[in-house]
Write a protein that binds this ligand. Structure first.
Ligand SMILES: *[C@@H]1O[C@H](CO)[C@@H](O)[C@H](O)[C@H]1NC(C)=O
Length: 217
């Protein structure tokens, strides 16, 4: 009975914090709306463009080579990311500081999480290279081997996990409730994107491996 009371008490507190934070979000703000738009739009854009490339090779045709096509897509995706991050940052600056999050412990946790997130993103890019990071497999540019070194030994998708942690860390560092809720959306769209990308990538590599075995036999 005590345990039950204790548990419901704790859940009640979590709910209080949640409701408090929800009340601290200024929803009617232009930068926040734009940040949320790009959070959803960007993964939609790169998945659509990459699949279209796979089907029609339109970027390879326009630029004259798969590698150049992939670099064009990479620069586009990277730029869209900068635009999204810009509006996210502007949005955070416009939001009130949350009473719940306004503590040194939260700020420190935010710093650690966003630093770790950026390490995941940077090392993942270092391991995969430009074409490996930016959907090169859709252009027929495949990695020779699966990368298992850090950060891939701590995360199966260090790009997405690192990016999500950076959003969360930045939001906590500035103590903004709206940022924390935006991070929930980031996590959701990345999870959905991952569900589209992973089977597709696996299929492209399975096809390559089947052809390799055929050649060697
Ligand atoms: C991942 O690799 C890094 C660098 O090689 C290593 O320091 C770390 O302990 C590894 N982590 C796990 C969970 O295996």
């Amino acid at each position: 009975m005590d345990l039950f009371n204790d548990l419901t008490g704790k859940l009640g507190k979590v709910q209080d914090v949640y409701i408090e934070m929800l009340s601290e979000v200024v929803t009617d703000e232009k930068n926040l709306k734009l940040a949320l738009f790009f959070i959803v739009f960007n993964p939609l854009f790169w998945n659509t463009a990459a699949r279209l490339e796979y089907k029609t090779h339109f970027l390879t045709k326009i630029t004259g080579s798969a590698k150049r096509g992939c670099y064009v897509l990479a620069v586009t995706i990277f730029s869209l990311g900068i635009v999204r991050d810009y509006f996210f940052h502007q949005a955070l600056m416009q939001q009130p500081t949350s009473r719940v999050l306004d503590t040194d412990a939260v700020r420190k946790a935010g710093m650690v999480l966003s630093a770790f997130g950026q390490v995941l993103v940077a090392t993942s890019m270092y391991q995969l290279g430009v074409t490996g990071t930016y959907l090169g497999d859709y252009f027929g540019i495949l990695m020779d081997n699966i990368v298992t070194a850090f950060p891939f030994n701590v995360s199966n998708n260090p790009m997405y996990h690192g990016s999500t942690l950076t959003f969360l860390g930045t939001s906590l560092y500035y103590g903004k409730a709206a940022g924390v809720f935006a991070t929930v959306l980031v996590n959701l769209v990345y999870n959905i994107a991952q569900q589209f990308e992973e089977p597709f990538t696996a299929q492209i590599y399975a096809k390559r491996d089947a052809e390799r075995t055929k050649k060697s036999s």
